[in-house]
Design a protein around this ligand. Structure first.
Ligand SMILES: [Zn+2]
Length: 383
């Protein structure tokens, strides 16, 4: 076993993690720094939330909705839907069916929407398009195979915001259970449609991606003009444990057993593909956040990591199901898994442009531009 952080459970299996002289890593250090800066604080956060809600209601005057919210059926988005309802916000609830929903996720979404009286707007992605794009990613040699799902989800929510003229977008990302940023996810942005096209040109089978809903360059970097993103869960006390207990009790919601396991593809990708091909277990990061959020001890997290993410026979079943659904033979897949991962720069991406912007504007300038995407009431790094 490699080097493990003495404060959380990150280890050196992710090359993006660095350790100080006392063996503490920069992931939990960043978590603490961000918690100090923008974590939930009684009174201060309550007051900010009140102002935010008032601003959303004002912007929603004369319109059908105050805000748009993407529902995946997972803990964060489900609980956020409840919080928004509690504050009297008129929510445009959006779901994207990428073809990988677990039955439990579908039931959860229905229960939450029925319980809160939300009408659900669902985009069902054209499966042949989704299939070909997802299939191309399987042969990409990249670590993040979830890009086609994540990008679509984000783009679809933006599309609804534009269509209904909604000015606020509620986002389930939260500091408490997801931390500041994961080293792994920082390496592969899901917002980059240039890279997706590049992957598809090389590994796709030629079907047009015209039906795939995607972000343009401006949306990928700055969001939709006039639409403010709000990480609503950062303004309330939030723990995963309490949220699950509450949702179960209130809506008959069911927990699906792991972070992002509401999608059958993501469950397999995180638990089987990543550890096997990249030696990286995403649970380390998810559990680190729970340790830092005071929901479990470091020892409990280490014990959980020592067990498989879910039963081996179910992993095999999931893999067989996914390969069949994507028209990949077991031999083709075994062959692919023997290849080395894609080297950096294999695909044409927006990363080069990003580096150039950073060089021109400087790191601080770029931070300023990027921070214009989040709600202006959130304290900036300089405060
Ligand atoms: Zn750490």
């Amino acid at each position: 076993m490699g080097k493990v952080c003495t404060r959380c459970v990150m280890d050196d299996s992710d090359p993006g993690v660095h350790f100080d002289t006392e063996g503490r890593c920069d992931v939990c250090a960043r978590y603490l720094e961000q918690k100090e800066l923008r974590g939930y604080r009684p009174v201060r956060s309550d007051e900010t939330l009140k102002q935010l809600v008032a601003a959303m209601k004002k912007a929603g005057e004369g319109r059908e909705f105050d805000c748009v919210l993407g529902l995946s059926g997972g803990v964060d988005s489900s609980y956020m839907a409840y919080v928004a309802h509690e504050h009297g916000l008129r929510v445009l609830a959006v779901h994207v069916d990428t073809g990988w929903n677990s039955e439990m996720a579908v039931r959860n979404i229905e229960r939450v929407c029925n319980g809160l009286g939300y009408e659900l707007h669902t985009i069902v992605m054209d499966w042949p398009t989704m299939k070909e794009l997802q299939r191309a990613y399987m042969f990409s040699g990249l670590a993040n195979l979830d890009v086609p799902q994540d990008h679509l989800f984000c783009a679809a929510v933006y599309r609804f915001a534009k269509e209904y003229g909604v000015k606020y977008l509620l986002n389930g990302s939260n500091l408490a259970t997801e931390g500041a940023s994961a080293p792994f996810s920082a390496q592969h942005s899901y917002r980059d449609f240039w890279e997706m096209k590049s992957v598809y040109r090389r590994h796709g089978r030629g079907k047009s991606l015209q039906k795939y809903i995607h972000l343009n360059l401006r949306e990928a970097w700055f969001g939709v003009p006039g639409v403010t993103k709000v990480n609503l869960l950062d303004y309330v006390p939030y723990t995963k444990t309490d949220a699950i207990a509450f949702l179960t009790e209130r809506f008959g919601w069911e927990y699906y057993g792991g972070k992002h396991f509401e999608s059958r593809f993501t469950k397999w990708f995180q638990s089987v593909y990543l550890p096997r091909r990249f030696g990286y277990d995403k649970r380390r990061y998810h559990l680190t956040c729970l340790v830092m959020n005071g929901e479990m001890t470091r020892e409990q997290a280490l014990e959980e990591l020592a067990r498989p993410a879910y039963p081996e026979n179910e992993m095999l079943e999931d893999e067989a199901y996914i390969l069949k659904k994507l028209d990949i033979s077991p031999e083709q897949w075994a062959d692919e898994m023997r290849k080395p991962p894609a080297a950096e720069g294999t695909y044409f991406s927006q990363a080069g442009l990003f580096r150039l912007a950073k060089k021109t504007l400087g790191a601080a300038g770029l931070d300023r531009v990027k921070s214009s995407r989040v709600h202006p009431m959130e304290p900036s790094k300089n405060e």
